[in-house]
Design a protein. Structure first.
Length: 381
């Protein structure tokens, strides 16, 4: 394991205070930096620890068991590092700056989602205006930009309509010190409060030519920048949500071993209904973990899933998010009324796990993708 148990214990001890104060976990970030975790996914030849996709997934699950919001924040940085790896592996040299930046202390954030845009990664409503020298200025609104108080570089994209060959999506890195953006103080949410995923208004933020990662045709594709973002986003998000479900079962298991039934004069851990509830939660988590692990291994090995890559990546994320939601629900039902208290960890886990309902790919997108796999496209009458 890369992250020590002592480090995770310290992070866990701060999670409730971070949630209650609705602040970014600065101490967690400091400790994770000192542990080398922000460069753990960087290949050894670039100066990182060279962890595999499967190993990062395992660490993200463990980190989420300690503090879900911290894990979800750092998750976004690891996605961009994964993108850098994928670009370089596919001959796109612009990805080198991501790997070199992570080794040199950069914190990468993820600026993709936009209000009301259900195309998400496959088409932007932000304008990417050419600067005439190969770079771009970005104008638009990004939401759910985790790590907003601390990122040094923001990976974002916009739509370039200037070419004669049709619109293109432009993916680029923005420097924090370059300005041209405003970060709103609008992250007052039900859960995952420590991510501080404030909205970011791009007001001409400039990416010079060397920080443009790729310019590609909008839509789903296997262009390295598109597939790289999608693949690591879904895999690492899935692994992070697994940690919430695992932790909920741990908390409930400890509780029912001491919670006693007056009626039966025995602890609830011996009640067959409670045993069934927690066993069913563990079974769902076991299946989701297997699905995520297989996805991670196939990414590591570069296996070709063909046209099933996108729907199967989405399925793994949804399996993890839904299994964890179910596990938290069963844990709360098993633990009794005390879990309804705001001070109870299960209450926080319940609020945090709900964020998985909204992050791509959502249930509607997932079922649409699989309906196309099973039935083909919708036919005209």
């Amino acid at each position: 394991m890369f992250l020590s148990d002592d480090l995770l214990s310290a992070i866990h001890s701060r999670a409730n205070a971070v949630d209650q104060a609705n602040v970014f976990p600065d101490e967690d970030l400091r400790d994770l930096k000192e542990a080398g975790y922000l460069k753990a996914f960087v290949p050894q030849e670039f100066g990182g620890a060279g962890l595999s996709v499967e190993e990062i997934c395992n660490e993200q699950t463990r980190l989420a068991q300690a503090a879900p919001a911290t894990a979800l924040s750092i998750n976004m940085h690891q996605i961009i590092v994964g993108l850098g790896r994928h670009l370089v592996a596919n001959g796109v040299d612009s990805g080198r700056q991501i790997l070199e930046g992570a080794v040199n202390g950069d914190v990468f954030a993820f600026g993709i989602s936009e209000p009301g845009n259900d195309l998400v990664l496959f088409g932007s409503i932000t304008e990417a205006r050419p600067d005439g020298e190969g770079g771009y200025c970005f104008h638009g609104q990004k939401i759910f930009t985790s790590l907003s108080p601390v990122w040094t570089k923001l990976m974002t994209f916009g739509r370039d309509d200037s070419g004669e060959d049709g619109p293109h999506s432009v993916f680029a890195l923005l420097n924090r010190e370059g300005g041209g953006f405003t970060i709103a103080d609008d992250w007052d949410t039900l859960g995952m409060r420590g991510t501080q995923s404030n909205s970011t208004k791009l007001e001409g933020a400039h990416a010079p030519k060397e920080q443009v990662l790729q310019r590609v045709t909008p839509g789903p594709s296997y262009e390295p920048v598109v597939f790289g973002i999608f693949a690591y986003f879904e895999a690492f998000l899935a692994a992070t949500y697994l940690g919430i479900g695992n932790r909920a079962i741990e908390v409930a298991s400890d509780k029912v071993k001491t919670r006693k039934s007056v009626l039966n004069q025995d602890v609830y851990a011996n009640d067959p209904d409670i045993r069934w509830r927690l066993a069913s939660a563990a079974l769902r988590m076991n299946s989701a973990t297997a699905e995520v692990t297989l996805i991670a291994r196939d990414l590591d090995e570069g296996r070709d899933r063909g046209e099933l890559w996108y729907p199967q990546l989405s399925a793994a994320k949804n399996a993890a998010a839904e299994a964890s939601l179910y596990a938290v629900d069963q844990a709360i039902r098993s633990s009794g009324g005390s879990s309804y208290s705001n001070s109870n960890e299960l209450s926080r886990l319940y609020r945090d796990v709900l964020a998985g309902l909204f992050q791509p790919s959502d249930q509607e997108s997932l079922h649409g993708s699989w309906a196309k796999v099973v039935l083909g496209p919708v036919t005209e009458k």
